[in-house]
Ligand binder design. Sequence first.
Ligand code: XMP
Length: 522
Amino acid sequence: MAANSSDCALIDAGLYLPAETFFREQTGMALTYDDVTLATRYSDVLPRETSLETTIAERLNLTIPIISADMDTVTESRMAIAMALNGGLGLIHYNMPERTQLSEVSRVKNHVHGLIQEPIKIGPDQSVGDVLELVEQRGFAFRTFPVVDKNEKLLGLLTGHVVRPRYAARKVSDAMTPRKSLHTVNVKELGEDPIARADRFFNEHIGIHKLLVVDDEDRLRGLFTISDIERITQEKSAQSKPARDEKFRLLCGAAVSATRNSTGELDKDRIASHVGGLVERGVDVVAVSTAHGFSKGVGETVKLIRSLFPDLPIIAGNVTSAEGVEFLANSGANAIKIGQGPGSICTTRIVAGVGIPQLTALYVASRAAAKKGVSILADGGITKSGDIVKALTLSQAVICGGLLAGCTEAPGDILEINGKLYKQYRGMGSLAAMKAGSAARYGHSKDSTRKIAAEGIEALKEVSASLDTVLAQLIGGVQSGLGYLGAASLEQLRQNARFIRVTPAGQRESAPHDIVEVKASN
Ligand code: XMP
């Protein structure tokens, strides 16, 4: 039976408190995720039936409330594509030349899932032996190559069964299947669901395993393989709906900085042309990312972007106070990043002695956000799915860095140390990242000869599974959380959340204890 105002319900209500009452009772005390736990509520909701849809700004809706951080070891186009395919959002970092960032955004916006947009191509005058050498050198696991002329015009397909040493001396043009015998589709015919289009093609053409995509001039624009399409269609039912814009393109965000010129003034022209370029490429949201968002420069930057691009969703931050949220909302931001110093690679609290533990910061910010009609994003310090559930009781989405930095889709090389595989993960306020461009985020100039104080460290993350697998685990955990609270949606989660503090002994009890662990759960 659902609880009504029975005596028993009153017992619960006296101890397990809604956010408003709970946080007001903690005056003078800052709490973070592990300091609290959520009480379970009556539920008729199955975890798998819960919806995690969230609105970050008008016209910016996500299927899952997870955003990958705008950090140079977390989000470039590959991560942003995978995030959007899973229903989330990637914010492409700005530690790269502006032109490169624009191309990264284009890659996401032009991505067609399942379509290999830049297949390895060969020329008609090469020999089969050259191709064998290429396969050997680059360690390709495939042996079928489109053949194009110097203008990318499709000439044929060199199929795997002729890429053999016995044909090494033959010219590609003699060994290939010629253009007239190839199956192709015009890129314009792919429609809204290219996977379904390719799937239909492979059903209709028994024994054909490759579908080439061309444009009106017969230039090669991509390649579908039957194995990719089969894998994707199998996985499709398990995945969340991709996050797309009204033109059916994947959503993509990009970070911009509050750039200053040589005299220390805000470089308005540069900011305007940078954001203008991003908008031209179809960016869905820009994030004015700084360590101290409640500051003149950030306010002016947000105001400038808002005046030039009235409809562009803007994320801005970071702040940890109600006044900070109000300031950025008044400047024109739609979503505010909350978090100063909670990140796994952050040292702001140690170096500068400032910052607020994350759950209290979120509570304070959420009250201001409700008044100003903006959303808030819980940025940093998320280490497990339970933290995400707690964060979502007060915010519209979480931003994750460290949790995703070990994924295959994160930028960076894999290092092997004592038989274990790692990827680099560094704070944007670490010395190395600031030298690469992010100094403005921390109020420094990268060319400064003055000694600058780092507010982040350089670290390693153990290589994890692909983003699909990591997100599936996280989403499963978040949905369980909603199920325990009888919440079918994130809005109901916010309504149903009842908090209570835990002691250090309670925290110890929360994790596996008094056992010899033989296999970690993930
Ligand atoms: P997690 O905990 O997910 O945190 O690894 C990612 C978030 O941390 C912030 N960030 C920094 N904060 N110094 C800081 O104080 C830094 O060097 C730094 N780099 C990133 C950022 O908000 C990110 O989303």
